[in-house]
Write a protein that binds this ligand. Structure first.
Ligand code: SF4
Ligand code: MG
Length: 325
């Protein structure tokens, strides 16, 4: 299907103060470093990587919460950086986000009704009566009831709070919903419930999801395609099948081998990642992964591999492309 979002050579560099005494130049963190891909209408694109890999920065760029250093985000064929104020208002409605922490992301002084209604009030959608009606519909859609409307967030469990967040995110009838670690703080059984709800809602409302997680085990239940990020770059991208059954990047393999042993997905020996996650402030030269990669050669220390088509629907950034044993 057609692309709803296109991300072209997107970069976000943050200047940072050099802490050393005699520093003359300021440094930059390359949080997102030349990332390109498309998100197709109606799909779920999983974005996976360890903390600091740039996935949340990427989400904030797509949300237009921050401006790119370079590159563009195209929504429905329109470059978001070139929109008029009016067009931008519309674009803002069509991309919504569900944040990570269900305990911190809801204002404790507001009722559920006020919380879900808030986006409608901010965007001046409907009369008060229409908003009240919409809140009722949204509560039903996420598996809560009218009875909950007058309650406060502290009266709800983590899973229920995430349902409230989902209702809030759907209030403006978005086309795209970005889930940034949306189930990570929940118990495994509750994670499954929320993921199933997200799938149902996707089918009902033809939603497109960008589903961000540090955990490949979580994204596998929902993703059609997956992008694996490492230090600001996409190192592998492909369909669910290709990533889970034919991963070609050593980093993806290592992440997959960290999936619990009882999983039928793990056929290979467990690969333990050695070394800390390098800092995005001072990434290794060449292939960013070379200090932790069991296959690294001299070439990897100096030359960065390009993201290359390996098979249809499968891109890999590794000098060993296709020759990994
Ligand atoms: Fe490992 Fe080299 Fe491939 Fe990077 S390019 S993942 S260091 S083998
Ligand atoms: Mg994050």
């Amino acid at each position: 299907s057609e692309a709803i979002i296109q991300i072209n050579q997107l970069k976000k560099y943050f200047p940072v103060k050099d802490q050393s005494l005699f520093a003359k130049s300021s440094k930059v963190v390359k949080a997102v470093d030349d990332v390109s891909f498309e998100v197709r209408r109606g799909e779920t694109l999983g974005i996976v990587g360890e903390s600091g890999c740039g996935k949340s920065t990427l989400a904030r760029l797509v949300m237009q919460l921050i401006r790119p250093t370079e590159g563009s985000v195209i929504l429905n064929g329109q470059d978001l950086a070139k929109l008029s104020d009016k067009e931008m208002k519309k674009a803002r409605k069509s991309i919504q986000m569900i944040f990570q922490n269900p305990y911190a992301s809801l204002d404790p002084r507001k009722t559920v009704e006020q919380l879900i209604m808030e986006p409608l009030v901010i965007h001046q959608v409907g009369t008060h009566q229409e908003r009240v009606k919409k809140v009722k519909e949204l509560l039903a859609v996420v598996g809560l009831s009218d009875y909950h409307a007058t309650r406060y967030p502290h009266e709800f469990s983590g899973g229920q709070r995430q349902r409230i967040n989902i209702a809030r995110a759907l209030a403006l009838n978005p086309e795209v919903v970005i889930c940034d670690e949306s189930v990570s703080a929940l118990d495994v059984s509750i994670q499954a419930q929320v993921i199933n709800l997200l799938k149902e809602l996707q089918a009902s409302f033809n939603l497109t999801y960008i589903f961000i997680s540090h955990d490949l085990n979580v994204v596998r239940y929902i993703s059609d395609r997956i992008a694996v990020m490492y230090l600001g770059r996409v190192v592998e991208m492909g369909t669910y099948e290709e990533i889970y059954h034919n991963a070609q990047h050593p980093y993806t393999r290592a992440l997959l081998s960290a999936v619990p042993k009882e999983s039928p997905l793990v056929k290979k020996e467990r690969v333990i990642l050695t070394g800390d996650v390098p800092s995005p402030m001072n990434p290794p030269s060449g292939c960013h992964f070379h200090k932790r990669c069991p296959y690294a050669t001299d070439r990897c220390q100096t030359e960065a591999p390009a993201l290359t088509l390996y098979e249809e629907q499968h891109m890999v950034s590794c000098h060993l492309l296709g020759n990994l044993s």
